[in-house]
Design a protein around this ligand. Structure first.
Ligand code: GTP
Ligand code: SPV
Ligand code: MN
Length: 598
């Protein structure tokens, strides 16, 4: 029971619609989490991993149809269609509520309805916001307990008349009396709805149990609804990592980075620098809320409390800090299971054993033609288990941001790094970002390049043109010298024979070094039509033999003909955003074309 009347009324109303067998308020204790996990092991939904290898860890296998975000079933139900804009799916909110009410009537029959009070951001921080997720999935509860701050402390903070974002979630699979539950209940694709009501600030998700579709604090609240709040209130809710970089002299800089899903945020956030004396500490790996401090600078706070990280490709070599973060007290989803009760995935850093149970629960051997772990298999790990978590990652006021990186997966055209001429040009860089679509979304277009402004294409809760205008307006709200410097990076450029030109991962510290040099007004650079590029010798390659001068020159090439074609494609894409696309960004495009033709 809540003392907040609005909350209790809403919970009662949802319960009378969904008709659960029981209602349980989540208190946020370890005992409660353990009890839920034990019950899921007993019912066959979860497997407890070998305690000596992975203490306190559990493996879940999803339904093969429910493995990632479903952008095609994700809706921004604003009152007016034009407020959702050309990049979002829209349904009239009255219509959508009718559909969802009809689907949800009795949808929790045979199940327990959990009420999860959660805080995005440390409880009580001036930047934090409270949500209440109602769900019929115990898997969602235990994940939310890692990914957010949950329970009584949040209810207390909410008080009798505090504001909260209502978040309704159901797997959409009522249980008939006596029927046996499936190990991953969910609804078919055409019955799934990940719905957002931006005016009402409400979320209603039906039919999926996976990741961003179901852990509603993450993409639905902290990005889609928060982006709407941020625009109204003059701040930014972004798909960004946050890291703290310390140079050998002890100078500290904070860097945020917007890369699309499965394009390297977790890896950069936890980077182990290969250049001596430099240190990276993690503040966040997926979401940054940025607000102006009294100093006129943007301050970033990670609203989450855990990492929902991509498992495949994560190894002690590529990302030891992620491996150590998920060494204990972690939930694994869609990884493979060894005969010893441990997990395995492609790229974990050692060969697969002779026999595994794959992510679909089937026998697997190294001769199998299919992957053992799903490409979007993930670990849910507490952020405070990260060995390099920054001591001030929960600072209620956030950290001042010195640089913002944007970037995606591009085999050609985009150099390793370039710096914007100024704020508006930096927003232009964010607006033109393109990247190959990854397995983080269910799509038949995986691998194809799409434009993904600021890595927010699937997460902007309103019109993309208004969103880009908001970024421009943020730049007008303070002095230019107080704003973060903006850089466009591309770790994914390939040579003509298809090899990575840049080794990436820890070696990216060399690029970060140039970036902070540029922030301090140092660092060698040349002016090109697309922005400031490092000279061939500007990026510290001491001890890095695999990248020759020729490779570096190729990584830093600006091919005018390629860029002219790029500019044409950018114009088509800007035009497709319609009349709300800011004129300043067309002006940036005109200026780019003029420089290319000069
Ligand atoms: P979401 O959690 O989906 O938002 O993604 P993320 O941006 O945090 O992705 P993550 O860091 O987990 O990136 C995963 C993929 O990018 C893996 O396939 C990595 O191997 C690859 N990757 C990350 N950093 C680098 C890099 O510097 N170079 C190369 N070549 N690949 C990288
Ligand atoms: C992403 O797709 O960007 C993720 C994973 O971070 S999910 O939470 O499933 O959206
Ligand atoms: Mn993400």
């Amino acid at each position: 029971m809540a003392t907040n009347v609005k909350l209790q009324t809403w919970v009662d109303q949802i319960a009378s619609m969904t008709q659960p067998d029981a209602i349980r308020w989540i208190k946020g204790t370890e005992e409660e989490k353990q009890e839920l996990l034990d019950a899921m092991v007993a019912s066959g939904m979860a497997t407890k991993l070998n305690e000596s290898k992975h203490p306190g860890c559990y493996l879940f296998r999803s339904d093969p149809s429910d493995v990632a975000r479903v952008e095609g079933r994700t809706y921004i139900a604003s009152v007016k269609e034009e407020d959702a804009g050309p990049t979002n799916n829209w349904i009239d909110p009255v219509e959508l509520k009718k559909t969802l009410t009809s689907l949800s009537t009795g949808c929790m029959k045979g199940r327990t309805m959990y009420v999860i009070p959660f805080s995005m951001g440390p409880v009580g921080s001036p930047i934090s916001k409270i949500g209440i997720e109602i769900t019929d999935s115990a898997y969602v509860v235990v994940n939310m307990m890692i990914m957010t701050r949950t329970g009584d402390a949040v209810l207390e903070q909410l008080g009798e008349d505090g504001e909260f974002i209502p978040c309704i979630h159901s797997v959409g699979a009522p249980l008939e009396e006596g029927a046996k539950d499936s190990t991953w209940p969910c609804a078919p694709m055409d019955k799934k709805y990940i719905a957002h009501f931006p005016e009402e600030k409400m979320i209603w998700s039906y039919g999926s149990g996976y990741g961003g579709n179901a852990l509603l604090g993450k993409k639905c609240f902290a990005l889609r609804i928060a982006s709407v709040l941020a625009r109204e209130e003059g701040w930014l809710a972004e798909h960004m990592l946050i890291l703290k970089l310390t140079d050998p002299n002890g100078n500290v800089k904070h860097i945020c980075g917007a890369f699309p899903s499965a394009c390297g945020k977790t890896n950069l956030a936890m980077l182990v620098p290969t250049i001596p004396g430099w240190k990276v500490e993690t503040l966040g790996d997926d979401i940054a809320w940025m607000k102006f401090g009294s100093d006129g600078r943007l301050h970033a706070l990670n609203p989450e409390a855990g990492f929902f990280g991509v498992a495949p490709g994560t190894s002690m070599e590529s990302n030891p800090n992620a491996m150590l973060s998920c060494a204990k007290n972690t939930i694994f989803t869609n990884c493979a299971l060894t005969d010893e009760g441990d997990i395995w995935w492609e790229g974990i850093g050692y060969d697969a054993p002779e026999h595994l149970i794959d992510w679909q629960g089937k026998d697997w051997t190294p001769n199998s033609s299919e992957v053992a772990a799903h490409k979007n298999a993930r670990f849910t790990a507490p952020a405070n288990q990260c060995p390099v978590i920054a001591p001030d990652w929960e600072d209620p006021n956030g950290v001042p941001v010195d640089a913002i990186l944007v970037g995606g997966r591009r085999k050609t055209t985009i150099p390793l790094v370039h710096q914007s001429f100024n704020w508006n040009h930096g927003i232009f860089m964010g607006a033109i970002m393109g990247s190959e679509i990854t397995a983080a979304v269910i799509s038949d277009k995986v691998g194809q390049v799409r434009r993904d402004p600021f890595a927010m294409l699937p997460f902007i809760g309103y019109h993309v043109g208004d969103y880009l205008q908001h970024w421009l307006d943020i730049g007008k709200a303070t002095d230019e010298d107080k704003l973060p410097k903006i850089f466009y990076v591309n770790w994914f450029r390939k040579s003509e024979d298809g090899k990575w030109l840049w080794p990436g991962y820890g070696e990216n510290s060399r690029v970060l070094k140039w970036i902070v040099e540029r922030c301090s007004g140092e660092g060698k650079a040349v002016e090109t039509p697309i922005g400031y590029l490092p000279t061939v010798d500007a990026i510290d390659r001491s001890g890095l033999d695999s990248v020759s001068d020729e490779d570096m020159a190729e990584l830093l090439t600006v091919d005018k003909e390629e860029w002219k074609a790029e500019a044409k494609s950018i114009r088509a894409h800007f035009t497709s955003y319609g009349p709300k696309m800011p004129r300043e960004l067309f002006a940036e495009l005109d200026a780019l074309e003029a420089r290319l033709n000069a």
